[in-house]
Design a protein around this ligand. Structure first.
Ligand code: ADP
Ligand code: MG
Ligand code: MG
Length: 834
């Protein structure tokens, strides 16, 4: 027969599913001799049985409860009846104190303690709590009673109970206890508990356990009291007792906020021995549970009792401090500490947050999609080209395009009315580590200078504040607490690098990004998208001319200029990376992405190139593609226009030459994108090899087409490395476009057709299988083949876990994702051995 009632000595901390978190930890404390009042636990399974089959089940449960209770010999016997779910749901369910009171017990207790006030206070509190929790009678019903002595008060309270419930107040311990236990079971399904579980994704069929525990009285005399402490400061992690207490009070009083409690440090003056005892137990508990503890205690007549302990909630910053200190204090090993960090905690620390004070003073005026973490505040600006080099601005757009790149870079944050979380703005913002909210429907841009958000009129220059983690938008300037890459994060990154197998590189297109990545611990550049170098204002004109030129000579002339520009970028990047591998991808995107769009641009270009606007327009039309994602791009450009790739290679050559002269070490990898046929690769490789004779370099291809995956054994013969471009490989494998998928992605996720956004978390079954196949085939003809991943998935912990199981050497992600990627790589390796 199933056992439904446990003594504390029969359980331990790992039994929270059955005994609830509170109960399981009480058991654990009892086993390590922490002073706790004795008690029993009625299991969550009893609760679930009861909720299904109320009275029948309870009849059978009664004898087991009574048998357990009869072993308690304390006199007089008073209990607390406490709820405790497997997952903490603070304040959601109920606890009844001082259960067991009746008139004769009260008299006995008065005789014993000579403290009539204390006894009747406790007695009437019990009547009120019982009435409220078991019978649902609000406390206010008992408010205005007049009485001349305590015992009159009690009988008046009981009378109100009788009038409202039509039953007598239960007098025996047995009766009181059974009713209380049933009420706690039922409280699992009270409205606020259900709502809480819905909000926190907690299953509704866990049920609550019930702890029945001997009372200790914090309201007994001046040497009694109650309080709550944290073993460390939960806001900054400092090692100090943190908390509050009240003397001559029961636990309820602190929570109810009726009395203002004292800071725990005062207890050192009032009851110094208790204070040092508390400190001792706090340390013991922390060591034992290997986590910062949130502890409830009561002092009865100069004796300390611990009533509850659990892992304490804390800020992300405090969390890092605490974990580091734990390693230094030998409470945790480095591996254990790394495993305990939640990647979102690291992100939050890196991003900063609004101060609590400013959040209290300001309510959000609107909400959008939380697209890129972090908070920002600044003056509204609507045109990317008007953002000054310094100053605080938030860029507001309907949507963003590559031409907003510079503006996005200069702005503190980005807010768009359209677009999802994979929209251009969102992806770029994440790459920059910049806070971004997209899809804010209530943002209406009216003209060049004014707008409304949720019908609130605003204009350029007005301050707003945005939180990319929540999607909230505030009017005005909220205060920000910023935490940069502090020494704590650096320490964790270094430790993680020790334990990880998978290396982490950075996706960097500029020397600036390369530097951020390098400083964050990237061990090379996994992807340098050379086209991004051309988006800058002064360069885009040259590339436009190049694309629109009709003769080879014309094109070659401009390419020479571009080559010089690109040489300088490569040189700067090589310098930053100090000899770490730099993977350069040759031009990838369809040419029309660079073309002029506005009529102003067209006029400008027609003057510059000395051809008519009409001609410009004709050339633009001739380059137009219906589906550019699958169009004239990638290596196809290198085959149609070898001079473009030759220009890039000569830029690389110049950069290598200069580095050599200046004794700057280099290690380069040249990557050919979008290869599907080995013939494509061979064609391009041939002219690259000729051009780079005498230079040291590796050559490889980006694998982003299913054809390349299933023919990897052919391709691998000709290359040193494969780098999996998982973004495009996802597009081409699933047959969906990243830009258009926003229209159905939500529906697909809601209907559980896609379990994740496949552009965020790798589709292991589909794309993952192609990856495995490609690796296996690739290695058969080239056992030295080096493997990397350069898609956005390299910044996603879940996907990293998958990559870590394959013989992949490195992943690569945007600069601000590096700390999280390094941490996740270490975590997936460590957890293999746990
Ligand atoms: P919650 O889950 O809401 O924290 P608890 O079961 O911990 O509820 O009870 C709330 C408070 O009631 C405790 O913090 C403590 O002060 C008081 N309390 C509970 N059990 C006892 C007890 N056996 N003796 C004295 N006080 C108790
Ligand atoms: Mg509690
Ligand atoms: Mg690509």
């Amino acid at each position: 027969m199933e056992k439904f009632v446990y003594f504390f000595k029969e359980g331990n901390k790992n039994m929270s599913n059955l005994l609830g978190g509170k109960g399981a930890n009480l058991c654990e404390m009892s086993s390590i001799n922490i002073p706790i009042p004795q008690g029993i636990i009625i299991t969550t399974s009893a609760c679930n049985n009861f909720l299904k089959n109320k009275d029948d089940f309870f009849q059978n449960l009664k004898p087991e409860i009574l048998a357990a209770v009869s072993t308690f010999k304390k006199k007089p016997l008073l209990f607390s009846v406490r709820s405790g779910a497997p997952i903490s749901m603070p304040g959601m369910m109920d606890t009844i104190l001082n259960l067991g009171f009746n008139d004769s017990l009260a008299n006995y207790l008065i005789e014993k303690t000579n403290n009539e006030k204390f006894v009747y206070e406790s007695y009437s509190r019990f009547i009120l709590m019982f009435s409220e929790i078991v019978m649902g009678i609000p406390k206010s019903k008992f408010n205005n009673i007049s009485f001349s002595n305590y015992s009159e008060k009690i009988s008046k309270l009981k009378n109100i109970y009788k009038v409202i419930t039509n039953t007598l107040f239960p007098e025996t311990l047995e009766e009181q206890l059974f009713l209380a236990i049933k009420a706690i079971f039922n409280s699992w399904n009270n409205e606020r508990a259900i709502l809480y579980r819905d909000l926190h994704n907690i299953s509704h069929d866990l049920g609550t356990a019930v702890v029945v525990q001997e009372m200790v009285f914090g309201n007994f005399n001046d040497k009694s009291g109650t309080g709550v402490i944290f073993s460390r400061n939960p806001s900054n992690g400092k090692k100090e007792l943190y908390g509050e207490y009240i003397l001559k009070a029961q636990g309820e009083d602190i929570v109810a906020g009726l009395i203002t409690p004292f800071d725990i440090s005062n207890l050192n003056n009032q009851l110094p021995e208790i204070y040092s005892e508390l400190k001792k137990y706090s340390e013991i508990l922390e060591k034992h549970f290997k986590d910062m503890q949130d502890i409830e205690f009561t002092i009865e007549n100069g004796k300390l009792f611990i009533l509850q302990t659990r892992n304490g909630k804390r800020t992300p910053e405090a969390n890092l401090n605490i974990l580091l200190d734990f390693v230094n204090e030998n409470i945790l090993s480095k591996e254990e500490a790394i495993i305990k960090i939640d990647s979102s905690c690291l992100e939050a620390v890196l991003c900063g947050s609004f101060t609590e004070k400013s959040l209290k003073e300001n309510s959000p005026i609107a909400i959008g999609l939380p697209a890129s973490n972090g908070v920002a505040t600044g003056k509204i600006i609507l045109n990317s080209n008007n953002i000054p080099e310094d100053g605080d601005y938030i860029l507001l757009r309907e949507e963003t395009s590559p031409e907003d790149l510079k503006g996005m870079y200069l702005a503190n944050g980005i807010l768009t009315s359209k677009g999802g979380r994979t929209s251009h703005g969102a992806v770029v913002a994440r790459g920059m580590g910049k806070c971004c909210i997209t899809g804010c429907d209530s943002l209406k841009i009216e003209n060049d200078h004014s707008l409304t958000i949720n019908n609130i009129p605003l204009k350029e220059g007005d301050y707003i504040s945005i939180d990319g983690g929540t999607g909230y938008i505030y009017k005005g300037k909220l205060e920000i607490e910023k935490n940069n890459l502090n020494t704590n994060i650096k320490t964790f990154i270094n430790w993680s690098l020790e334990f990880s197998k998978l290396r982490v590189r950075v996706n960097a297109d500029t020397p600036e990004d390369a530097l951020v990545g390098y400083n964050f611990g990237a061990e090379g550049i996994g992807l340098c998208r050379t086209e991004h170098m051309f988006f800058k204002e002064d360069r885009i004109w040259k590339i436009r001319q190049m694309i629109l030129s009709t003769t080879i000579e014309e094109r070659k002339n401009i390419l020479q200029l571009l080559s010089f520009i690109q040489f300088k970028d490569f040189y700067d990047i090589f310098k930053v990376m100090k000899g770490l591998p730099v993977n350069i991808r040759l031009l990838d995107p369809p040419l029309h992405e660079f073309l002029p769009k506005t009529s102003y641009d067209k006029v400008f270009l027609s003057n510059k190139m000395n051809i008519s606007i009409k001609e410009i327009e004709e050339r633009i039309i001739s380059l137009n593609e219906h589906n550019p994602m699958l169009g004239h791009r990638g290596c196809r450009l290198g085959i149609s226009f070898p001079e473009i790739y030759e220009m890039q290679i000569s830029a690389i050559k110049f950069a290598l030459d200069r580095c050599k002269r200046e004794n700057i070490p280099t290690s380069i990898e040249i990557m050919i994108p979008f290869v599907g046929y080995v013939e494509e690769l061979q064609y391009i490789k041939k002219y690259i090899t000729e051009q780079l004779k005498g230079y040291e370099y590796k050559i490889g291809t980006m694998i982003e087409l299913p054809r390349a995956c299933i023919l990897s054994h052919e391709i691998s013969k000709h290359v040193d490395f494969f780098s999996y471009g998982t973004n495009d490989l996802t597009q081409t494998t699933l047959g969906i476009s990243r830009d258009d998928s926003i229209k159905f992605l939500n529906t697909y996720q809601n209907k559980l057709i896609y379990k994740h956004d496949p552009f965020k978390t790798l589709d292991k079954d589909g794309v993952g299988t192609l990856l495995k196949t490609s690796i296996e085939l690739g290695k058969t003809n080239n056992s030295n083949l080096k493997l990397g991943v350069c898609g956005e998935h390299g910044g996603d912990p879940e996907s990293i876990k998958f990559f870590n199981q394959l013989p992949i050497e490195y992943i690569s992600c945007s600069p601000f994702k590096i700390p999280v990627a390094i941490l996740s790589a270490a975590q997936s390796e460590i957890s293999k051995n746990f």
